[in-house]
Design a binder for this molecule. Structure first.
Ligand SMILES: C[S@@+](CC[C@H](N)C(=O)[O-])C[C@H]1O[C@@H](n2cnc3c(N)ncnc32)[C@H](O)[C@@H]1O
Length: 282
């Protein structure tokens, strides 16, 4: 599987996903964007890259914090969602950013490094685009202790005939690489970041109502498509079953997240050569 295959899978996966993402998945990704940007330095007046921007959960918060944002995403439809009210954006690959060296004050990558076969290469590329003294923040879900609601919903979907599509199986096959504080730290070191600060912690999303937790989960592309293709009656039955299973758990949806903050302090970029990031460890 090459990086180009991974990119193609990501683009296919997010096709037609924008509205559901913005109206459902962002119930969780919004608070997670807050947690990510809480790790950034003062944002006022800074030009910040939001890479893997999706429908703009991070971009909007950057603007609200007084930053100037520029968004990059592999998926044009995700960037096109409500484009007129969003910062400038360009379709591009995080591993080959369409930006000159050192042009942004900082870069944020929310839940995109987990989609990549080579996340260290992406961190190196973010570092290239950030000016000396600038910052990088990134987030991925932790592998440990996922909220029980995730499996409960997926089990209910599987009972109704859902099978994870190929592109999603690919993304899941790589998404554990940075899923702990130790592996994220290792990747940040391999990418030559400095002042590295990594935490792995539950993030409060404020989601406690089973109906909203289900809405979030069923708005993610691999599930949203399956649900959309069901008859009205079957859809209602599946949603009700998901809600019943999640309600039984009686748990707030507060996922464990790995949050990275780092800085680019040295120049010129060392020739990092073949890195020894998590994806290359034996
Ligand atoms: C899980 S979504 C997160 C979206 C947004 N950051 C948020 O928190 O709501 C991942 C996003 O990364 C994008 N993506 C996946 N692979 C990418 C790549 N190689 N380069 C740029 N964007 C990518 C997808 O198109 C998608 O919009």
């Amino acid at each position: 599987m090459t990086a180009a295959d991974g990119l193609a899978f990501a683009r296919r996966g997010y096709e037609g996903a924008a509205t559901a993402w913005a109206e459902g998945a962002e119930l969780v990704y919004g608070p997670l964007a807050d947690a990510l940007l809480a790790r950034a330095p003062d944002l006022a007046g800074q030009l910040v890259l939001d890479v893997g921007a999706g429908t703009g959960a991070v971009s909007r918060r950057l603007v609200a914090a007084g930053a100037h944002a520029v968004a990059v995403d592999a998926s044009w439809p995700m960037l096109a969602h409500r484009a007129s009210s969003r910062p400038p954006a360009v379709v591009g690959d995080i591993s080959r950013l369409p930006l000159m060296d050192g042009v942004v004050d900082g870069a944020a990558a929310a839940f995109v490094l987990n989609h990549l076969a080579d996340p260290v290469a992406a961190l190196v590329e973010m570092r290239r685009a950030v000016r000396l003294g600038g910052f990088i923040v990134a987030s991925v879900f932790a592998i440990a202790d996922p909220p029980a609601a995730k499996a409960a919903i997926d089990d209910a979907l599987a009972t109704a005939g859902w099978e994870a599509p190929e592109w999603y199986r690919f993304l899941k096959s790589v998404d554990g690489q940075l899923g702990s504080a130790a592996t994220m730290r290792h990747a940040a070191q391999a990418a030559d970041l400095e002042h590295i600060d990594v935490v792995e912690e539950p993030v409060r999303t404020g989601l406690t109502d089973a109906r909203y937790i289900v809405r979030y989960r069923l708005s993610q592309p691999p599930r949203a498509r399956f649900v959309a293709e069901l008859s009205e009656k079957a859809r209602r039955r599946v949603v009700d079953e998901c809600v019943a299973r999640v309600a039984e758990l009686d748990e707030a949806f507060d996922p464990n997240v790995v949050l990275l903050a780092g800085a680019r302090l040295t120049s010129p970029l060392r020739n990092l050569g073949p890195h020894s990031g998590p994806s290359r460890r034996t």
